[in-house]
Write a protein that binds this ligand. Structure first.
Ligand code: FMN
Length: 213
């Protein structure tokens, strides 16, 4: 063990304490505002920060949907399991309060989108709607599901989805690239803390280096 460091065994500290270590250490995390639709056609919207890109050919993203504290599945997961469709909507500074409000536990079938005052926009390839306030939308179809844990609290299902269609606002798009500044992306930190991007620096990638003999 390194001096002045604490070793914590997840089996000893348990799931809740492990969660605190994970969300405090894995920072900043991007936020996916995920819209889905139930088999009855009811919309659902929730934020996920255990979210990332995983491949570019095909373009694919992952979200990790934890179980509710009673072990039941979140509405997002139920909907994706029923039809495989979801939209990842980007989160800008102007919408973070509404996004946070979406994470309240609304009863199944209640559409958080209208409850929190966001605006629906039809998707082109799938049924779940897009969020008009977001500058980027990925229309996705689930490719894989991976179960992590035994289904009790703290267990999660990782959903990997292929991006069928990108929608990018012209305000953040130039010559095939996304402009960082007008995106005003928000990241999740630990607890109730969030981050804005306040300083950016460039670091060129190293060229092929011959190892010294
Ligand atoms: C910024 C933010 C990020 C979140 N990230 C996750 C996450 O990665 N995984 C997860 O299961 N829940 C996450 N949550 C909690 C869910 O959004 C919350 O449980 C929500 O009620 C799920 O909604 P649903 O049942 O409609 O799917 C997050 C909440 C917030 C505010």
């Amino acid at each position: 063990m390194k001096p002045n460091s604490i070793s914590l065994d997840p089996r000893v500290i348990g799931g809740k304490a492990s969660y605190q270590i994970l969300i405090g250490s894995i920072v900043p995390r991007p936020i996916a505002l995920v819209s889905t639709q139930s088999p009855e056609g009811l919309g659902n919207l929730a934020p996920f920060s255990f979210f990332n890109g995983v491949a570019s050919n095909p373009p694919a993203v992952m979200i990790s949907v934890a179980r509710n504290s009673d072990g039941s599945k979140k509405d997002t997961l139920k909907n994706i399991e029923s039809n495989g469709e979801f939209v990842v909507n980007s989160v800008g500074e102007w919408m973070i309060e509404a996004v946070n409000q979406c994470s309240a536990q609304y009863p199944y079938g209640i559409d958080e989108l209208s409850q929190v005052g966001l605006t629906a926009l039809s998707s082109e390839r799938i049924k779940p709607v897009r969020v008009a306030e977001s500058l980027i939308h990925f229309e996705c179809r689930a490719l894989h599901h991976y179960e992590v844990g035994d289904g009790s609290e703290g267990s999660a299902t990782i959903v990997i989805g292929e991006v069928l269609l990108f929608h990018v606002s012209s305000s953040v798009y130039r010559e095939g690239k996304i402009l960082l500044e007008p995106l005003h992306a928000i990241s999740r930190l630990a607890g109730k803390s969030y981050g804005k991007i306040s300083e950016v620096f460039d670091l060129p990638r190293p060229k092929l280096i011959k190892p010294s003999p």
